[in-house]
Design a protein around this ligand. Structure first.
Ligand code: HCA
Ligand code: CU
Length: 374
C-alpha cells in the first residue's frame, strides 16, 4: 500500500478541551483555529454545540470565520445534536456511537441494529444539508470485528464521506491497527479516519499503521492533549510523515509548528514535553562527542529532520564531560578563536576532567577557550 496522502484533522478544540487543565475562552478558541488554519490542517473539529451554550456560539463564530480548513462538529448520533450542528454552521459532522460490548452496556444499552437504525435517521437528515458526514465506532478495537464490519458496511451504504476507527482507550497495537484498518478498507469505498489514544505510548505508531493500511485522515491535537494522557500529537504526526516522505507535509507551513505548540502549552499551563518531536527544547540538541563530531561534519548523520524547516536551530553542547574536541574547536570558532587539533584536544581534556569534578556551564567553558586565544 503506497501512502500518498494524509489529511490532518486537528481536534484540539474538541478532544483537546477534554484535557485535564484545558478550558479555552472564545477568543482562545478562535486564536487556536486561526493558528491551525495558518499551519494548514485540512480539518478542525470542535466540541458539540450541545455541550454548552458557549460551545454552540463558538462553533458558529469559527465556522463562519472564513477559514480554509473545514470546520467539523463532533456530535452524538442524535437528531437534536446534529440539527444544532447544522444550524450553527458546521461544514461537517463527526458522528460517533459506542459499539464495544463494554461501552454499549455502560453508555447506551442499544443493539447493533438500533445503532444502524439511528444512524440512518441522522444521515438521512444530513443529506438534506451541505455537510460532510463521518460515522465513527467509539472503542473500535474492543468491538468484535464482524460487528464492526456489519456497522461500517451499513453506514457506508447510506452515503457518507468517511468512517472513523477510534482507539478510545489506547489499547490497540500497531499490527492490530494495520490488520483491522486493512480489513475494513476492503469493505467500504469511503475515506477512513483514525483516532488513537496514547495510554500505551502507541498513538503515533498506530496512526501511521492506519495510514499504511489505507486510512486517509488522522486525528491529532496540538501537543497530543486530550482525555487522560491524550492522543497523537500534531508535531509527532508531522515528524512521522516528514521522515517517511517530506512530500506528505509539503503543503503545511511547518515553521509555525513550534509557536503553535508553545501557545497551547501556555494556554493549558504545561511545558512542552522534553520528548516532543520538533518543538522540544532538545529536539535538535547534540551532546556526546561521537554525535557532535558527525553532526558538525554532516547534520544528517544524526538528524532525520532539518531544524531549519521548522524555524528551529541546532544546538551543540560543550559544557559537559562527554564533550569531544570537534565540538570544542567549533565552539572556539564561534567565539572567533582558532584552535588547531592539538589545542582543541587539550582544551577538551581539561573540560572533561573538570566535568568529572562538578557540573559545568557554558561561560566557564568559554573562559577556558579564551585562554587559548592568540
Ligand atoms: C471520547 C470519544 C472519542 C471519539 C473519537 C471519534 C474516542 O472522548 O471518548 O469520534 O472518532 O476517543 O473514542 O474521542
Ligand atoms: Cu478520543
Amino acid at each position: 500500500m503506497s501512502l500518498e496522502r494524509c489529511f490532518l484533522l486537528d481536534t484540539t478544540l474538541r478532544e483537546g478541551e477534554q484535557f485535564a487543565t484545558a478550558r479555552f475562552t472564545s477568543s482562545q478558541r478562535l486564536a487556536i483555529a486561526e493558528a491551525l488554519d495558518a499551519f494548514g490542517v485540512e480539518y478542525i473539529e470542535l466540541t458539540s454545540p450541545a455541550a454548552s451554550p458557549q460551545s454552540a456560539r463558538d462553533l458558529e463564530l469559527i465556522a463562519r470565520h472564513g477559514l480554509r480548513a473545514r470546520i467539523l462538529a463532533h456530535v452524538r448520533c442524535h437528531l437534536d445534536d446534529v440539527r444544532l450542528a447544522v444550524e450553527h454552521g458546521a461544514q461537517g459532522v463527526n458522528l460517533l456511537y459506542a459499539t464495544s460490548a463494554q461501552l454499549r452496556q455502560a453508555s447506551h444499552g442499544r443493539s447493533l441494529d438500533q445503532i444502524v437504525e439511528e444512524a440512518a435517521k441522522v444521515i438521512a437528515y444530513l443529506h438534506g444539508h451541505q455537510v460532510e458526514i463521518r460515522f465513527s465506532c467509539e472503542d473500535t478495537f474492543r468491538t468484535e470485528l464482524h460487528e464492526l464490519i456489519r456497522i461500517y458496511r451499513a453506514v457506508a451504504a447510506l452515503g457518507i464521506e468517511r468512517i472513523g476507527l477510534a482507539d478510545t482507550v489506547g489499547i490497540a497495537t500497531p499490527r492490530q491497527v494495520y490488520d483491522v484498518v486493512a480489513q475494513v478498507r476492503r469493505e467500504v469505498d469511503c475515506d477512513i479516519e483514525f483516532h488513537g489514544h496514547n495510554d500505551a505510548g502507541c498513538a503515533i505508531a498506530n496512526a501511521f499503521c492506519a495510514l499504511e493500511a489505507g486510512a486517509t485522515h488522522i486525528d491529532v491535537t496540538v501537543l497530543g492533549i486530550g482525555e487522560r494522557n491524550g492522543i497523537a500529537s500534531l508535531g509527532g504526526m508531522v515528524a512521522r510523515l516528514a521522515t517517511f516522505n517530506p512530500d506528505l507535509v509539503a503543503r503545511y507551513d511547518l515553521t509555525l509548528l513550534p509557536e503553535l505548540d508553545r501557545m497551547l502549552a501556555e494556554m493549558v499551563g504545561v511545558s512542552i514535553p522534553f520528548d516532543a518531536p520538533i518543538s522540544s527544547p532538545y529536539a535538535f540538541h547534540h551532546k556526546a562527542g561521537l554525535h557532535t563530531k558527525a553532526v558538525l561534519a554532516d547534520p544528517r548523520s544524526y538528524e532525520v529532520l532539518d531544524p531549519a524547516a521548522f524555524g528551529r536551530t541546532r544546538t551543540v553542547a560543550v559544557a559537559h564531560r562527554l564533550v569531544g574536541w570537534h565540538a570544542i574547536a567549533e565552539r572556539a570558532r564561534e567565539l572567533g578563536i582558532y584552535l588547531n587539533e592539538a589545542a582543541a584536544r587539550e582544551a577538551a581534556a581539561r573540560i572533561k576532567a573538570l566535568g568529572d569534578e562538578h557540573e559545568l556551564d557554558s561561560t566557564s567553558v568559554d573562559e577556558i577557550l579564551y585562554e587559548y586565544a592568540e
